[in-house]
Design a protein around this ligand. Sequence first.
Ligand code: DX5
Ligand code: ZN
Length: 229
Amino acid sequence: MFDRSIKIAPSILSADFANLGAEIRAVEAEGADWIHVDPMDGHFVPNLTIGPNVVAAIRPHVKTFMDVHLMIAPADPYIEAFAKAGSDMITIHAESGPHLHRSLQAVRGFGKKAGVALNMTTPISHIEHILDTVDMVLIMTINPGFGGQKFTHSMVGKVRDMRRMIGDRPIHIQVDGGIDPTTAPLVAAAGADVLVAGSAVFKGGSVDTPQVYGDNMRAIRAAAEAAQA
Ligand code: DX5
Ligand code: ZN
């Protein structure tokens, strides 16, 4: 049976960048299911974050599943580096190049799970005919580039439509941006199973007070599980 249970994926974009290994160990000890990593190139999105060297450096600290959301265009020249850095899943933006199918096949060619991310203005029909090449669809619920932005409510219907299109295919639906205990139930009810959260997980805590991270994640999970269809 395909696992559609709620998975909480803290985005380390909101963690202490001087202490990433300890931050990852802390959220995993407190119940994180996946670790979400956000490479950005200052071109596809207006921010610069981390590259393959940092992904390789944090890899030994990730005991769960390392989910790497590339906000890079073109992505193709970097797929190999992020694969060799130890990503478990590599998610490519549908808008990042003209040959998405080839990019997704390249990811799978390195033995990695392949995700496709849709910016808010990209319709789900864009990927209708290539669903057999993906393990996950990421429905963006903000404009990518920064943590701490407000959830976009009109994306709830998009998640619902995506869930219907997927049917019984073994494909996860991930949401990213503005997920907290008030918005998690909306997307869970619509069919999302992987919930990325940055600010809502890391706020108020630190590696010295990891139980805050745990409380934050439990609040998101409880709200989502109660609403899941
Ligand atoms: C933004 C990233 C997100 C970000 C989410 O482009 O893709 O993963 O960290 O942050 P929050 O949960 O604070 O909206
Ligand atoms: Zn992300």
